[in-house]
Design a binder for this molecule. Sequence first.
Ligand SMILES: [Zn+2]
Length: 110
Amino acid sequence: MQNRPASALRRKRKQLLRQLPSLEALLRGSLIERYKRCGKPGCRCAQGPGHGPKYYLSVSFPGLQPQMDYVPQDLHEQAVVLLANYQRVREILEQISEINRELLRRREAL
Ligand SMILES: [Zn+2]
């Protein structure tokens, strides 16, 4: 970034904005996989890891235990997309902020 002209940095900033996922489609947290044995006599799950995977959304909050919510199978795929979007938004914000910090260092207009 150091040796790129300010105009290139501003262009890159615009490009990053265009890559921003829809800000409606965000979900913070991570998916946890769980397998459970049902305990029914003769069920094949007794031999394996159990029924599953079942997914839970784990979300952390400062000073609290992570909160867990069950994610129904039919919403799992969407949840995966929204979680990835959240990470992408964070990356993009970080990159835009870095560009602006560099412009500031150069005493360039932001
Ligand atoms: Zn079972």
